[in-house]
Design a protein around this ligand. Structure first.
Ligand code: B12
Length: 212
């Protein structure tokens, strides 16, 4: 097994110590931070996302893998910045008002970060005004809104309306997600896109921002 394959396997195992050790070893042997990110972390988290989807991995294991990915990203981030690798774009994320579920949103954020996007996370219970303020202050390319309750998913519409009311709708793409959300609902409330899980979210964001 190559060291990159070992990194993918250790990420899947959620072994932070090994992931950090392999990240350092690969960099020491001359691998670029970009290679470690693309062929190690992103591949590994892709496997994790897929295994979760088909029920081969469960939440506690997924979170352990996510922790391991963060540990490696901590080493790679300053190097990627030094390499002059520009983030693919800035994404503001948040869970809607009245909703404190954030595990899924965080996973989406981690995979988007792993894919090269800069993430500004507003957290949970985010009011429409806070989303509007973030658009004005952060000028993101994309807004990613999460909701996990059938009651709070309706607040997504309020966010999109507030953004329209402030005259910002054309400045930002909007993707929505969360267990009760569907493609049809996303369309109905005027979002630009929807994705069922974190892996699909990365593809959808790239598609919406026309990133090849
Ligand atoms: C963990 C959990 C909690 C935790 C949340 C902890 C946290 N920090 O997030 C706690 C205990 C706090 C909690 C509280 C409540 N919960 Co709760 N909770 C869950 C549970 C068990 C798991 C959710 C989860 O994390 N799943 C794992 C993640 C990885 O999956 P995910 O969230 O679906 O995210 C994926 C996708 O949806 C998508 N996605 C998510 N967000 C986004 C955003 C974008 C932009 C995109 C593209 C994609 C995307 O990608 C993610 C990753 O692949 C679910 C049941 C279930 N099995 O889903 C109930 C559940 C969501 N909860 C429920 C309820 C009712 C509540 C409470 C009202 C309970 C109560 N009576 O107090 C409160 C509400 C509190 C509030 N105001 O928000 C119900 C919702 C029912 C409904 N349809 O409305 C559920 C479905 C349980 C049930 N069967 O009744 N909950």
């Amino acid at each position: 097994m190559s060291e990159l394959e070992e990194l993918v396997q250790s990420l899947e195992d959620g072994n932070s110590e090994k992931v950090v050790e392999l990240t350092k070893r690969l960099l020491g042997a001359g691998a670029s931070p970009q290679t470690v990110l693309n062929n190690g972390l992103i591949v590994g988290m892709g496997v994790v996302g897929e295994k979760m989807r088909i029920g081969e991995m469960y939440l506690p294991e997924v979170l352990q893998s996510a922790t391991a990915m963060h540990a490696s990203l901590k080493i790679l981030k300053p190097l990627l910045a030094k390499d002059g690798v520009e983030p693919l774009g800035r994404i503001v994320m948040g869970t809607v008002k009245g909703d404190i579920h954030d595990i899924g949103k965080n996973l989406v954020g981690i995979l988007l970060q792993g894919a090269g996007f800069e993430i500004v996370d507003l957290g949970v219970n985010v009011t429409p005004q806070k989303f509007v303020d973030a658009i004005e202050q952060q000028a993101p390319a994309m807004l990613a809104i999460s909701a996990m309750l059938t009651t709070t998913m309706l607040n997504m519409k309020g966010v999109i309306e507030a953004i329209g009311g402030a005259g910002h709708r054309s400045k930002v793409k909007i993707i929505v997600g969360g267990a009760p959300v569907s493609e049809k609902f996303a369309e109905e409330i005027g979002a630009d896109g929807y994705a069922r899980d974190a892996v699909k979210a990365v593809d959808k964001v790239k598609e919406l921002l026309a990133i090849g």
